[in-house]
Design a protein around this ligand. Sequence first.
Ligand code: PMP
Length: 426
Amino acid sequence: MPELSVSELLELDRRHVWHPYGPMPGRAEPLVVESASGVRLRMADSSGELVDGMSSWWSAIHGYNHPVLNEAAREQLGRMSHVMFGGLTHEPAVRLAKLLVDMSPDGLEHVFLADSGSVSVEVAVKMCLQYWRSLGRPAKQRLLTWRGGYHGDTWQPMSVCDPEGGMHELWTGVLQRQVFVGPPPVEYEEEYAEELRSAIARHADELAAVIVEPVVQGAGGMRFHSPAYLRVLREACDAHDVLLVFDEIATGFGRTGALFAADHAAVTPDVMCVGKALTGGYLTMAATLCTSEVADGISRGEVPVLAHGPTFMGNPLAAAVACASIELLLGQDWLAEVKRIEAGLREGLAPARELPGVRDVRVLGAIGVVQLDRPVDMKAATTAAVREGVWLRPFRDLIYTMPPYVTGDADVARVARAVCAAAGEG
Ligand code: PMP
């Protein structure tokens, strides 16, 4: 195919290509990215180079075009880029499973290699429902979660996303009706903990699991909450025979200042989903981990297998890059890097507090959020950030950043300046 000019490309994009949450034909005017290296996106138009303040939605923790990840992909490409996983196994998948088991909270022993975050949540839910069926308690098939959450865009995860004003409101009434409690407060409040306990107790007979995003609710509103609630959930779930699922798809691999957000509370869930940064953002892969109790329970059932097996399960290329990405992360003082970015964001975002219309500024680990008291003007906010040389993707009333861990101090300051500019003009 001959090379397209930027205007031809945009016209074809508008006519034929769906974008996330986009109409067809497209209305938005996406910027065209040509290539990416380190923390910079090279744009095809006059915006030149932009520092990526989004890590491609939490995933590119080591930045782009990283020599170690490139080499892992190249080396694996020479062996095999894909092979079916039914009846066959291979070193990249086995090594990845072992790395995940070793680094995740104690007690998670078994790994299902899914191909996207949403699918890993589907698998988690299936594991939980099947566990209770196997144990002769098929009535336990609902899920409890707190409002303000987001767990993906496929059918079952949609049912545990925030039902009000959320992304999937259109389907209220069609989706399975789950049990919702209010969103967790920022600080620990005994009254709210009690609300959690009593909701779990009240619905225990029909609950397969509680599913939450630990410590940070991402796409549902970028809210932070006390890790102490995770212990409350663990105790209440244990007391009432309910499984506990942590969705660490966004929070995993160091982003919040702990390897997994569960580590802030030293809690092991029964099932845990990871994705996004798993492959350093290179390839699509996610994973669902579970304890031996869950796996053994499923194996004792009338149907003793987990009936799930995507075509691209255990993709060797993605698994090899995931191994390299995890080894790269663990082989450095990743916590120092995350703390360095946290300090830079705290300092750089402080001026946003003085801006009119700013409701809240919050920072945790390598995540910075400015919340407005009105919906963001997306176009104005993005333009302001691009003018500062930074790529941001605000949504609803939020301008937020989660830069790659390799973002240098000057670039962290630049990202923070861009967030402030976007908050001021957006
Ligand atoms: N859970 C959480 C917490 C997420 O942030 C996301 C992605 N935004 C998902 C699930 C879904 O993952 P994916 O987009 O890879 O399907």
